[in-house]
Write a protein that binds this ligand. Structure first.
Ligand SMILES: [Zn+2]
Length: 105
């Protein structure tokens, strides 16, 4: 065993990375996001997450598709103000959505 994932999983990971890079390139380099203003505003109202920008929305949708629902806080965690996931006490960064304590949307 060489530690590499099996080929179908490796292919899926590469496709996902390429998709994420494509959306980031369109958003940051070309200033031509894949997600329209209308779609962004509609999904901001629909989803229970406070998005930073269109790229953040895209990453959230990938998370939902690949991982599933946002995990609720476990015992000893507090709810993230951005997405509701659990954040360990004495931490200020959400590992799920990237929210930082003190941010505003
Ligand atoms: Zn969060």
């Amino acid at each position: 065993m060489n530690g590499s994932p099996p080929k179908p999983i490796k292919d899926e990971i590469e496709k996902l990375v390429n998709d994420l890079n494509y959306h980031s390139y369109r958003y940051y380099v070309l200033d031509s996001p894949v997600i329209s203003d209308e779609e962004y505003e509609e999904k901001k109202r629909f989803y229970p997450v406070r998005f930073f920008n269109k790229e953040h929305l895209y990453y959230y949708e990938v998370f939902k598709k690949v991982v599933g629902d946002i995990p609720l806080p476990a015992k000893g965690e507090v709810a993230c103000a951005g997405c509701g996931a659990g954040i360990r006490q004495n931490r200020c960064h959400c590992r799920v959505c990237g929210w930082m304590e003190g941010m505003s949307s």
